[in-house]
Design a protein around this ligand. Structure first.
Ligand SMILES: C[S@@+](CC[C@H](N)C(=O)[O-])C[C@H]1O[C@@H](n2cnc3c(N)ncnc32)[C@H](O)[C@@H]1O
Length: 255
């Protein structure tokens, strides 16, 4: 099938690892198939996958250009309704068996996944499911070249510590968007540490995990105060941010 898209949604569509992970997760879903919500449907690609399975699919998209494309792409599918609206203002009339919500970004800081799911979760049946199911965040101490917050698959940095698996966010549970934790890094190289790298792994379902891809949670590099570190040092960094409120909310402090 050929999709009409915006430039951004075309890049998302071209990310084969991302699209096939969602395709497999939707394919694996084997519970009730009355109603599914696709929140932030973009070009409509995930609604297209859902349409084979569900009697009814409601696809909500805030961006009017993207929702126009989704409307055109999905016009032949009578079981799909495309709605151009902010999910946070949408009047959900029925509870769904499945919610698909791909508003993911690294550590859920820059997109509205948390706010949208905290609102929409009440419109999921008790035995309903959410795809993806959860995310896991991992941090490493690094020496990085640039001294500002940036996402990059190919950015230049050197890893200086073992990874710290610092949080898991489960989408079926109410999520507190304010995050704060002290991360303890075990240094394995003599170097100057000036940043942390965050990697987010997505758990689509119990059997399917997708790591970062260029368009799906690329690594996030965050500067910290420069510090000389030696092998076997333990370095404590306080990391603070508000999920869904943007990378401007990120704060770090060596303690
Ligand atoms: C990462 S894209 C995913 C698009 C599509 N689901 C896909 O997988 O290709 C997230 C989409 O969510 C939409 N979005 C973000 N916040 C939204 C909100 N509050 N209500 C509805 N759509 C929203 C964005 O405009 C964007 O199209």
């Amino acid at each position: 099938m050929k999709f009409q898209t915006t430039h951004y949604h075309l890049d998302l569509l071209k990310d084969a690892d991302r699209v096939s992970a969602f395709f497999e997760a939707i394919n694996d879903y084997s519970k009730k198939t009355e109603l599914a919500y696709d929140l932030g449907c973009g070009s409509g690609v995930l609604s297209y996958f859902l349409s084979n399975k569900f009697n009814e699919v409601k696809s909500i998209e805030i961006d009017s250009k993207a929702s126009c494309c989704a409307l055109k792409n999905l016009e032949k599918y009578e079981n799909i309704e495309v709605i151009n609206e902010d999910v946070l203002n949408y009047n959900f009339a029925k509870k769904a068996d499945l919610i698909v919500c791909e508003m993911l970004d690294t550590a859920l800081i820059d997109e509205e996944e948390v706010q949208v799911l905290n609102y929409a979760r009440r419109f999921l049946k008790e035995d309903g499911e959410i795809i993806p199911k959860a995310i896991i965040n991992i941090a490493e101490l690094v020496n990085m070249q640039r001294n500002y917050i940036h996402w990059d698959e190919n950015a230049s940095y050197e890893i200086l510590s073992s990874p710290v698996n610092y949080s898991k966010v489960i989408f079926k549970e109410e999520i507190n968007p304010s995050f704060e934790k002290n991360l303890k890094f075990e240094v394995n190289k003599d170097q100057i540490a000036n940043g942390i790298k965050i990697t987010t792994v997505t758990i689509l379902n119990d059997d399917l995990v997708c790591g970062p891809t260029p368009m799906f949670n690329p690594p996030l590099l965050i500067p910290i105060e420069e510090i000389d570190v030696k092998c076997n040092d333990l370095i404590n960094v306080k990391l603070k941010y508000n999920m869904g409120q943007g990378i401007e909310t990120i704060e770090t402090q060596i303690i």
